[in-house]
Design a binder for this molecule. Structure first.
Ligand code: PHE
Length: 338
Protein backbone atom coordinates (compact mmCIF):
# COMPACT_ATOMS: atom_id res chain seq x y z
CA UNK A 1 0.00 0.00 0.00
CA UNK A 2 2.74 2.44 1.05
CA UNK A 3 4.52 1.93 -2.18
CA UNK A 4 1.52 3.11 -4.20
CA UNK A 5 1.13 6.21 -2.11
CA UNK A 6 4.82 6.90 -2.46
CA UNK A 7 4.63 6.36 -6.20
CA UNK A 8 1.72 8.82 -6.50
CA UNK A 9 3.62 11.32 -4.37
CA UNK A 10 6.68 11.05 -6.60
CA UNK A 11 4.62 11.40 -9.73
CA UNK A 12 3.03 14.57 -8.42
CA UNK A 13 6.39 15.98 -7.34
CA UNK A 14 7.91 15.33 -10.75
CA UNK A 15 4.84 16.64 -12.58
CA UNK A 16 4.88 19.82 -10.52
CA UNK A 17 8.56 20.39 -11.15
CA UNK A 18 8.10 19.92 -14.87
CA UNK A 19 5.04 22.10 -15.18
CA UNK A 20 6.82 25.03 -13.58
CA UNK A 21 9.37 24.99 -16.34
CA UNK A 22 6.84 24.90 -19.13
CA UNK A 23 6.91 28.03 -21.32
CA UNK A 24 4.14 27.52 -23.84
CA UNK A 25 0.75 25.91 -24.35
CA UNK A 26 2.09 23.25 -26.69
CA UNK A 27 4.46 21.91 -24.04
CA UNK A 28 1.65 22.08 -21.52
CA UNK A 29 -0.51 19.81 -23.67
CA UNK A 30 2.37 17.32 -23.84
CA UNK A 31 2.59 17.45 -20.06
CA UNK A 32 -1.12 16.76 -19.81
CA UNK A 33 -0.87 13.70 -22.03
CA UNK A 34 2.03 12.41 -19.95
CA UNK A 35 0.39 12.78 -16.55
CA UNK A 36 -3.34 12.76 -17.19
CA UNK A 37 -3.65 11.16 -20.61
CA UNK A 38 -4.96 7.73 -21.58
CA UNK A 39 -1.60 6.03 -21.19
CA UNK A 40 -0.55 7.77 -18.00
CA UNK A 41 0.16 6.00 -14.76
CA UNK A 42 -2.94 7.55 -13.23
CA UNK A 43 -5.24 6.52 -16.03
CA UNK A 44 -4.49 2.87 -15.42
CA UNK A 45 -4.60 3.09 -11.66
CA UNK A 46 -7.93 1.28 -11.44
CA UNK A 47 -6.06 -1.91 -12.35
CA UNK A 48 -3.93 -1.47 -9.25
CA UNK A 49 -6.89 -0.62 -7.00
CA UNK A 50 -8.72 -3.75 -8.11
CA UNK A 51 -6.06 -5.95 -6.57
CA UNK A 52 -6.05 -4.26 -3.16
CA UNK A 53 -8.23 -5.28 -0.23
CA UNK A 54 -11.12 -3.03 0.76
CA UNK A 55 -9.36 -1.09 3.52
CA UNK A 56 -6.29 -0.38 1.39
CA UNK A 57 -8.38 0.38 -1.65
CA UNK A 58 -10.20 3.08 0.29
CA UNK A 59 -7.02 4.77 1.50
CA UNK A 60 -5.04 4.47 -1.73
CA UNK A 61 -8.13 5.38 -3.77
CA UNK A 62 -8.60 8.53 -1.77
CA UNK A 63 -4.97 9.51 -2.21
CA UNK A 64 -5.24 8.74 -5.91
CA UNK A 65 -8.28 11.06 -6.20
CA UNK A 66 -6.50 13.86 -4.35
CA UNK A 67 -3.42 13.52 -6.54
CA UNK A 68 -5.51 13.59 -9.70
CA UNK A 69 -7.38 16.69 -8.54
CA UNK A 70 -4.10 18.39 -7.64
CA UNK A 71 -2.66 17.62 -11.07
CA UNK A 72 -5.75 18.95 -12.81
CA UNK A 73 -5.64 22.07 -10.68
CA UNK A 74 -2.02 22.91 -11.49
CA UNK A 75 -2.73 22.15 -15.14
CA UNK A 76 -5.56 24.70 -15.25
CA UNK A 77 -3.59 27.29 -13.32
CA UNK A 78 -0.65 27.00 -15.67
CA UNK A 79 -2.91 27.09 -18.70
CA UNK A 80 -4.52 30.31 -17.59
CA UNK A 81 -1.17 31.90 -16.90
CA UNK A 82 0.32 30.89 -20.23
CA UNK A 83 -2.80 31.91 -22.18
CA UNK A 84 -2.55 35.43 -20.80
CA UNK A 85 1.11 35.65 -21.65
CA UNK A 86 0.70 34.21 -25.09
CA UNK A 87 -2.00 36.66 -26.09
CA UNK A 88 0.73 39.21 -26.68
CA UNK A 89 2.10 37.01 -29.40
CA UNK A 90 -1.19 35.88 -30.88
CA UNK A 91 -1.34 37.71 -34.17
CA UNK A 92 -4.81 36.38 -34.89
CA UNK A 93 -6.34 37.74 -31.71
CA UNK A 94 -8.68 40.63 -32.71
CA UNK A 95 -7.21 43.90 -31.46
CA UNK A 96 -8.84 47.07 -30.27
CA UNK A 97 -9.94 49.47 -33.00
CA UNK A 98 -7.39 52.24 -33.35
CA UNK A 99 -8.48 55.63 -34.67
CA UNK A 100 -5.55 57.31 -36.35
CA UNK A 101 -5.60 61.07 -36.23
CA UNK A 102 -6.91 62.48 -39.50
CA UNK A 103 -8.16 65.85 -40.58
CA UNK A 104 -11.90 66.26 -40.13
CA UNK A 105 -14.03 66.07 -43.27
CA UNK A 106 -14.53 69.82 -43.04
CA UNK A 107 -10.78 70.54 -42.96
CA UNK A 108 -9.74 67.99 -45.57
CA UNK A 109 -12.44 69.10 -48.01
CA UNK A 110 -11.73 72.77 -47.46
CA UNK A 111 -8.09 72.04 -48.17
CA UNK A 112 -9.00 70.29 -51.41
CA UNK A 113 -11.32 73.13 -52.49
CA UNK A 114 -8.67 75.73 -51.74
CA UNK A 115 -6.18 73.78 -53.86
CA UNK A 116 -8.58 73.65 -56.80
CA UNK A 117 -9.16 77.40 -56.74
CA UNK A 118 -5.49 78.12 -56.15
CA UNK A 119 -4.69 76.18 -59.31
CA UNK A 120 -7.04 78.51 -61.20
CA UNK A 121 -5.23 81.61 -59.98
CA UNK A 122 -7.44 82.58 -57.03
CA UNK A 123 -5.85 84.03 -53.91
CA UNK A 124 -7.08 82.68 -50.57
CA UNK A 125 -8.17 85.16 -47.92
CA UNK A 126 -9.10 84.53 -44.31
CA UNK A 127 -11.61 87.16 -43.17
CA UNK A 128 -12.94 88.08 -39.70
CA UNK A 129 -16.00 86.31 -38.29
CA UNK A 130 -17.20 89.47 -36.54
CA UNK A 131 -18.15 92.16 -39.03
CA UNK A 132 -19.85 95.51 -38.99
CA UNK A 133 -23.44 96.13 -39.98
CA UNK A 134 -22.05 98.10 -42.89
CA UNK A 135 -20.00 95.15 -44.17
CA UNK A 136 -22.75 92.57 -43.74
CA UNK A 137 -25.57 94.71 -45.16
CA UNK A 138 -25.17 98.35 -46.26
CA UNK A 139 -22.06 97.82 -48.38
CA UNK A 140 -23.96 95.06 -50.17
CA UNK A 141 -26.84 97.27 -51.20
CA UNK A 142 -29.01 96.33 -48.23
CA UNK A 143 -29.86 99.55 -46.37
CA UNK A 144 -31.74 99.42 -43.05
CA UNK A 145 -35.19 99.21 -44.62
CA UNK A 146 -34.30 96.49 -47.14
CA UNK A 147 -36.54 93.39 -46.82
CA UNK A 148 -33.63 91.05 -47.65
CA UNK A 149 -32.13 91.97 -44.29
CA UNK A 150 -34.81 90.05 -42.48
CA UNK A 151 -33.61 86.56 -43.36
CA UNK A 152 -29.99 87.51 -42.69
CA UNK A 153 -30.57 89.57 -39.56
CA UNK A 154 -29.03 87.41 -36.89
CA UNK A 155 -26.61 87.38 -34.00
CA UNK A 156 -25.65 90.87 -32.86
CA UNK A 157 -22.97 91.78 -30.34
CA UNK A 158 -23.85 93.88 -27.33
CA UNK A 159 -20.45 95.48 -27.52
CA UNK A 160 -19.37 97.08 -29.79
CA UNK A 161 -22.73 98.07 -31.11
CA UNK A 162 -23.55 97.54 -34.78
CA UNK A 163 -21.34 94.49 -35.01
CA UNK A 164 -22.55 90.97 -35.67
CA UNK A 165 -21.36 87.45 -36.50
CA UNK A 166 -21.27 87.48 -40.28
CA UNK A 167 -24.24 85.82 -41.92
CA UNK A 168 -22.41 85.34 -45.19
CA UNK A 169 -18.88 85.56 -46.49
CA UNK A 170 -20.17 88.22 -48.88
CA UNK A 171 -19.54 90.61 -45.98
CA UNK A 172 -15.93 90.61 -47.12
CA UNK A 173 -16.64 91.57 -50.73
CA UNK A 174 -16.14 95.31 -50.25
CA UNK A 175 -13.16 95.04 -47.84
CA UNK A 176 -11.59 92.51 -50.24
CA UNK A 177 -11.99 94.76 -53.27
CA UNK A 178 -10.76 97.77 -51.34
CA UNK A 179 -7.63 95.93 -50.32
CA UNK A 180 -6.84 94.11 -53.56
CA UNK A 181 -7.27 96.27 -56.60
CA UNK A 182 -8.58 94.73 -59.83
CA UNK A 183 -7.77 92.75 -61.82
CA UNK A 184 -8.02 90.28 -58.95
CA UNK A 185 -9.68 86.99 -58.15
CA UNK A 186 -9.85 85.30 -54.79
CA UNK A 187 -11.86 83.11 -52.50
CA UNK A 188 -12.87 83.78 -48.91
CA UNK A 189 -13.65 80.50 -47.15
CA UNK A 190 -14.96 80.45 -43.60
CA UNK A 191 -17.66 80.05 -41.06
CA UNK A 192 -20.92 81.96 -41.16
CA UNK A 193 -23.70 82.16 -38.60
CA UNK A 194 -27.47 82.08 -38.93
CA UNK A 195 -30.46 82.50 -36.67
CA UNK A 196 -31.67 79.10 -37.64
CA UNK A 197 -33.42 76.11 -36.10
CA UNK A 198 -31.25 73.04 -36.65
CA UNK A 199 -32.38 69.94 -38.49
CA UNK A 200 -30.67 67.36 -40.67
CA UNK A 201 -30.08 69.91 -43.45
CA UNK A 202 -29.57 73.16 -41.49
CA UNK A 203 -27.25 74.28 -38.76
CA UNK A 204 -26.77 77.66 -37.12
CA UNK A 205 -23.14 77.74 -38.16
CA UNK A 206 -21.67 76.39 -41.35
CA UNK A 207 -18.94 77.14 -43.88
CA UNK A 208 -19.22 79.15 -47.03
CA UNK A 209 -16.78 79.71 -49.83
CA UNK A 210 -17.08 83.14 -51.38
CA UNK A 211 -15.56 83.71 -54.78
CA UNK A 212 -14.82 87.15 -56.20
CA UNK A 213 -13.37 88.04 -59.56
CA UNK A 214 -13.10 91.57 -60.89
CA UNK A 215 -11.33 92.71 -64.04
CA UNK A 216 -12.14 94.61 -67.22
CA UNK A 217 -14.12 91.73 -68.65
CA UNK A 218 -14.88 89.08 -65.96
CA UNK A 219 -18.23 87.66 -67.04
CA UNK A 220 -20.69 84.78 -66.77
CA UNK A 221 -18.79 82.65 -69.30
CA UNK A 222 -15.75 82.85 -67.03
CA UNK A 223 -17.87 81.95 -64.03
CA UNK A 224 -19.31 78.99 -65.88
CA UNK A 225 -15.87 77.73 -66.80
CA UNK A 226 -14.56 78.21 -63.24
CA UNK A 227 -17.55 76.35 -61.82
CA UNK A 228 -17.26 73.49 -64.31
CA UNK A 229 -13.59 73.07 -63.45
CA UNK A 230 -14.30 73.31 -59.76
CA UNK A 231 -17.16 70.81 -59.58
CA UNK A 232 -15.52 68.30 -61.96
CA UNK A 233 -12.41 68.36 -59.80
CA UNK A 234 -14.18 68.30 -56.50
CA UNK A 235 -16.57 65.45 -57.29
CA UNK A 236 -13.97 63.72 -59.49
CA UNK A 237 -16.46 63.21 -62.32
CA UNK A 238 -18.08 65.12 -65.17
CA UNK A 239 -20.72 67.51 -63.87
CA UNK A 240 -23.30 69.44 -65.91
CA UNK A 241 -24.21 72.98 -64.79
CA UNK A 242 -27.44 74.93 -64.90
CA UNK A 243 -27.80 78.66 -64.25
CA UNK A 244 -31.24 79.85 -63.09
CA UNK A 245 -32.30 83.49 -62.67
CA UNK A 246 -32.51 84.57 -59.04
CA UNK A 247 -32.21 87.61 -56.83
CA UNK A 248 -29.55 89.00 -54.50
CA UNK A 249 -29.35 92.72 -53.69
CA UNK A 250 -25.58 92.73 -54.31
CA UNK A 251 -25.51 91.07 -57.74
CA UNK A 252 -27.21 92.02 -60.96
CA UNK A 253 -28.14 89.84 -62.73
CA UNK A 254 -28.26 87.13 -60.07
CA UNK A 255 -28.40 83.38 -60.51
CA UNK A 256 -28.74 80.13 -58.60
CA UNK A 257 -26.35 77.45 -59.74
CA UNK A 258 -27.47 73.83 -60.06
CA UNK A 259 -25.29 70.82 -60.80
CA UNK A 260 -26.42 67.51 -62.29
CA UNK A 261 -27.24 65.12 -59.43
CA UNK A 262 -23.99 63.44 -58.37
CA UNK A 263 -25.84 60.50 -56.84
CA UNK A 264 -28.11 59.38 -59.68
CA UNK A 265 -26.52 61.12 -62.72
CA UNK A 266 -29.92 62.63 -63.48
CA UNK A 267 -31.80 59.35 -63.54
CA UNK A 268 -33.84 60.68 -60.62
CA UNK A 269 -33.45 59.93 -56.89
CA UNK A 270 -34.75 61.13 -53.54
CA UNK A 271 -31.78 63.46 -52.95
CA UNK A 272 -32.49 65.52 -56.09
CA UNK A 273 -36.22 64.97 -55.56
CA UNK A 274 -36.37 63.32 -58.99
CA UNK A 275 -35.46 66.59 -60.72
CA UNK A 276 -31.93 65.52 -61.66
CA UNK A 277 -30.55 68.84 -60.34
CA UNK A 278 -29.00 69.99 -57.07
CA UNK A 279 -28.80 73.61 -56.01
CA UNK A 280 -25.25 74.33 -54.85
CA UNK A 281 -24.48 78.05 -55.12
CA UNK A 282 -25.76 81.59 -55.41
CA UNK A 283 -23.93 83.93 -57.76
CA UNK A 284 -24.15 86.89 -60.06
CA UNK A 285 -22.41 89.86 -61.61
CA UNK A 286 -21.28 92.20 -58.82
CA UNK A 287 -23.72 95.11 -58.55
CA UNK A 288 -22.29 98.52 -59.60
CA UNK A 289 -23.34 99.77 -56.15
CA UNK A 290 -20.93 97.30 -54.50
CA UNK A 291 -18.09 98.20 -56.86
CA UNK A 292 -18.68 101.87 -56.08
CA UNK A 293 -18.55 101.17 -52.33
CA UNK A 294 -15.16 99.55 -52.93
CA UNK A 295 -13.99 102.60 -54.86
CA UNK A 296 -13.93 100.81 -58.19
CA UNK A 297 -15.08 102.47 -61.41
CA UNK A 298 -17.95 100.31 -62.58
CA UNK A 299 -17.67 101.74 -66.10
CA UNK A 300 -14.19 100.32 -66.36
CA UNK A 301 -14.36 97.15 -64.25
CA UNK A 302 -16.87 94.38 -63.83
CA UNK A 303 -16.88 91.05 -62.04
CA UNK A 304 -18.72 88.07 -60.73
CA UNK A 305 -19.18 86.76 -57.20
CA UNK A 306 -20.46 83.47 -55.88
CA UNK A 307 -21.16 81.76 -52.59
CA UNK A 308 -21.38 78.04 -51.97
CA UNK A 309 -21.88 75.99 -48.79
CA UNK A 310 -19.12 73.59 -47.83
CA UNK A 311 -21.18 71.14 -45.75
CA UNK A 312 -23.70 70.61 -48.53
CA UNK A 313 -20.93 69.65 -50.94
CA UNK A 314 -19.41 67.26 -48.40
CA UNK A 315 -22.80 65.69 -47.70
CA UNK A 316 -23.32 65.07 -51.41
CA UNK A 317 -19.83 63.74 -51.98
CA UNK A 318 -19.82 61.30 -49.04
CA UNK A 319 -23.57 60.69 -48.92
CA UNK A 320 -23.98 61.96 -45.37
CA UNK A 321 -27.61 62.59 -44.56
CA UNK A 322 -27.28 64.77 -41.46
CA UNK A 323 -25.28 68.01 -41.38
CA UNK A 324 -24.95 67.75 -37.59
CA UNK A 325 -22.65 64.73 -37.97
CA UNK A 326 -20.06 67.02 -39.54
CA UNK A 327 -20.08 69.32 -36.52
CA UNK A 328 -20.19 66.60 -33.87
CA UNK A 329 -17.22 64.91 -32.25
CA UNK A 330 -18.18 61.46 -33.53
CA UNK A 331 -14.89 60.18 -34.91
CA UNK A 332 -16.65 57.64 -37.11
CA UNK A 333 -17.77 60.45 -39.41
CA UNK A 334 -14.15 61.08 -40.35
CA UNK A 335 -13.47 57.43 -41.09
CA UNK A 336 -15.61 57.85 -44.23
CA UNK A 337 -12.92 59.88 -45.91
CA UNK A 338 -10.08 57.39 -45.56
N1 PHE B 1 -24.19 85.50 -49.84
C1 PHE B 1 -25.18 84.71 -50.51
C2 PHE B 1 -25.81 83.74 -49.49
O1 PHE B 1 -25.33 83.63 -48.40
C3 PHE B 1 -24.58 83.91 -51.65
C4 PHE B 1 -24.03 84.77 -52.74
C5 PHE B 1 -22.70 85.12 -52.75
C6 PHE B 1 -24.84 85.21 -53.77
C7 PHE B 1 -22.17 85.92 -53.80
C8 PHE B 1 -24.36 85.99 -54.79
C9 PHE B 1 -23.02 86.33 -54.79
O2 PHE B 1 -26.80 83.08 -49.77
Amino acid sequence: MEKYIEKLENIFKQAKQEIEEIKNLKELEEWKIKYLGRKSYLANFSEILKNLDLEERKKVGEFYNQTKEKLEKIYHQQKEKLSEEEIEFDFYHPGNQVYYPTLTLISSNLKKIIEIFQNMGFIIIDAPLIVSEYENFDSLNMPKFHPAREMWDTIWLKEPRNYLLRTHTSAFQVPFLKKYKPPIRGIVPGKVFRFEATDSRHDFEFYQIEGISVSENSNFSHLRYIFEEFFDNYFEKKITLRFRPSYFPFTEPSIEVDISCVLCNQRGCSVCKFSGWLEVAGAGMIHPFVLKEAGIDSKKFQGYAFGTGLERLIMLKYQINDIRLLHSSDLRTNEISS
